[in-house]
Design a protein around this ligand. Sequence first.
Ligand SMILES: Cc1cc2nc3c(=O)[nH]c(=O)nc-3n(C[C@H](O)[C@H](O)[C@H](O)COP(=O)(O)OP(=O)(O)OC[C@H]3O[C@@H](n4cnc5c(N)ncnc54)[C@H](O)[C@@H]3O)c2cc1C
Length: 399
Amino acid sequence: MDRKDSIIIAGGGLGGLTAALALAQHGISVCVLEGAPEFGAIGFGIQFGPNVFHALDRIGVSAAVLEKADEPPAVLMIDALNGKEVTRVATGVPAFRARFKYPYIIIHRIDLHNVLLDACRRDPLITLVGDAMVTRFDEDSDGVTVKTEGGRSFQGAMLVGADGIRSRTRAQMLADGDPLPNGFMGFRTIVPMSEVTADVQRDIVALWGGPGFHIVHYPLRHGTLFNIVAVFRRSAHSERGDVAAYRAQLEQAYRNAHPTMKALLAMLDLRRRQAIGDRDPIRHWHKGRVVLLGDAAHPTLQSLAQGACMAIEDGSCLADCLADANGDYEGAFRRYEDARSIRTARVTLESRYIWDVYHADGIARDVYWQMLGERSEADTYQCLAWLYDGFQLPAIANR
Ligand SMILES: Cc1cc2nc3c(=O)[nH]c(=O)nc-3n(C[C@H](O)[C@H](O)[C@H](O)COP(=O)(O)OP(=O)(O)OC[C@H]3O[C@@H](n4cnc5c(N)ncnc54)[C@H](O)[C@@H]3O)c2cc1C
């Protein structure tokens, strides 16, 4: 395949598809190479802060996303030992909308992915190629050649590595090793709401924080499904897929947890677990004609629920910078990094801090709970303003 004038994107996740849509809107043709046999998401829930809508508006999909999403009345943090509320963000109230302009939403990843995919399929400037796992790239004076498993070859003017936390594009570009595991493991499950046996408030986002473990739950698809994420600090080695060992480790980690949490654990699908990790932030995500975005550039812990939001913001920002490049793609990559690196690094570093807050033990836990408990609604909004207000696109002539 020879498309020297188009941009190749490795990875058809949320970041890659957003970049494709945003580039196509600027009249730039794009070829998205997805490693999985089919384009699609792993089917769990996702939370979005209001900041994501600045980017979703720009690619014209906000209304379609909102149709599939729900707006929880609040995001609650609950003490995992005694079941008492520690703090809350009132998300479903007029004051939240007035402050942040857009809502806080929860949505099924598959629904979100389909909105983006449908928009991509309607755009003649976007080519989607499945079963195309990128293995390497080579650069010359007028473009990049990208190789995939199975020996296929694609040519483009530039390569965007949107291939997630285990990015092969990053590995070749930076050779900086694997992401940093933080010692925690996660299980994710969706069950029909009618099968929820635990005594929980079902319309909110709840985070139960305990020493070395936490559970997040919220509804999906207009209250018909219930999404649960359970995370704990792994204390012993176990073979991949050893459900009995996983169960024993969970029981050990959650032994002092509130009975409601134990009822939530009983609903978990333990067949697949996920190691949790991130990377130390860096300032530069490009070399020559190749640039990274989303988790490939700056993977983060999920404590702020912002990894995908950042990938989507990146995609929109990168497209704007490239649209004004006038051939100076390296200048465009630098403007993109300048616009995005501090914000995404702050997400990574604050997420680590909040992770420690969620899982604190002893007197540290008492201190954090006191600090959180003292916050007024206005304080909470102020703490989130840097994030939820969105970010400044780089100043570019002609915009
Ligand atoms: C438990 C958990 C909960 C989370 N909750 C939230 C949340 O509520 N809100 C939020 O904003 N974020 C959340 N995140 C983070 C979010 O999932 C990620 O930050 C986001 O998916 C990153 O998007 P991406 O497009 O960069 O990468 P990905 O979503 O990982 O997409 C990468 C794509 O590239 C493909 N690919 C991989 N390698 C190759 C290759 N070599 N060639 C071609 N294709 C390739 C993959 O198949 C995939 O389709 C959560 C993460 C976890 C683990």
